[in-house]
Design a protein. Structure first.
Length: 303
């Protein structure tokens, strides 16, 4: 007896895996390192510091096979090869258990370990508040790891600043100076002496029509460059300042601020001291205290 109804087919195991909605592992890398479960959002950060360091390294090289020999030397370089390999195996076991026992995220073969590039999602850095380095709780793991971490932090900070500069310039091109100033301020929390940010800031002040703000921004940068490097802002920056002030003062002869250098630096020192009191983190408070000290020294020098 024939039937026009085709019997149901049993799904292939691979297709079943593809149909399954997989939630990526979410990683918070700015400040203290933490990772969160792909299934229910729970924090699943490994407890062991070297296991966290292993995961941090793999996340930064997501999708790239890293040799076990390289990882063992990076984290256990002070031990013999056999002991370092054994420690790496234990860390890998802890890591797999921490992220829900998943072999989809943490992968390995005989000689390599890597994490799936498609199943790891980093939280974006928010352009508010004091700048925080990546993996702030992973210092002093090993000399080799510390060297890598310093380079990774520099790379991330440079990429972040480059992105902010491009966005700030785009906002200036669209004559959204106030929105641009928010991003410029964040750049300067990462590097107060960045002259690209200084020039962007002066252009934003110009768009807002504030001659005094152009002068203040330049003076602040000049004080920091003198204190940190014993130099003045570049010729390009000084030319831009003069051009902007000339154009602004054609319209507003009374716009220039009338503080003396000593008064200006003293006021900025007081403002930074007040900001230190209001700071919401130890790192931010120390940054404001350091700026206050620099301004106070500058005020004393020109007295």
């Amino acid at each position: 007896m024939r039937t026009d109804v085709e019997p149901p087919r049993r799904p292939h195991p691979a297709s079943k895996t593809r149909d399954l909605k997989v939630r990526p592992l979410r990683a918070h890398t700015t400040g203290s390192f933490a990772v969160f479960s792909r299934s229910d959002g729970r924090e699943v950060t490994p407890k062991g510091r070297k296991t966290r360091a292993l995961l941090a390294y793999l996340l930064c090289e997501a999708g790239t096979k890293i040799s076990k020999a390289r990882l063992a030397a990076l984290l256990w370089g002070d031990r013999g090869e056999a002991q370092a390999r054994s420690s790496l195996r234990q860390a890998l076991l802890e890591l797999r258990l921490a992220v829900n026992g998943s072999h989809d995220i943490v992968l390995s073969d005989r000689e390599h370990i890597w994490v799936s590039q498609d199943l790891v999602l980093e939280d974006p850095v928010k352009p508010v508040g004091a700048w925080q380095d990546a993996f702030e709780d992973l210092d002093n793991i090993s000399p080799e790891f510390d060297e890598w971490l310093a380079g990774e932090r520099t790379r991330r900070a440079a990429a972040y600043v480059g992105k902010l500069k491009a966005e700030a310039q785009e906002l200036l091109n669209s004559e959204h100076a106030e929105e641009s100033c928010v991003l410029i301020q964040q750049i300067q929390t990462v590097d107060p002496c960045d002259e690209d940010a200084l020039r962007l800031g002066m252009r934003a002040d110009f768009q807002c029509g504030h001659a005094g703000a152009v002068v203040e921004r330049y003076r602040a940068a000049e004080a920091l460059l003198k204190a940190d490097f014993g130099v003045l802002p570049s010729h390009e920056t000084r030319i831009l300042r003069d051009q902007l002030l000339s154009r602004l003062n054609e319209r507003r002869q009374d716009a220039l601020i009338r503080e003396t250098d000593q008064e200006y630096f003293a006021r900025r020192a007081a403002e930074e001291k007040a900001a230190a009191v209001r700071a919401d983190s130890l790192k931010a408070r120390r940054a404001h205290e350091e700026l206050a000290q620099r301004y106070a020294e500058a005020a004393e020098a020109v007295r």
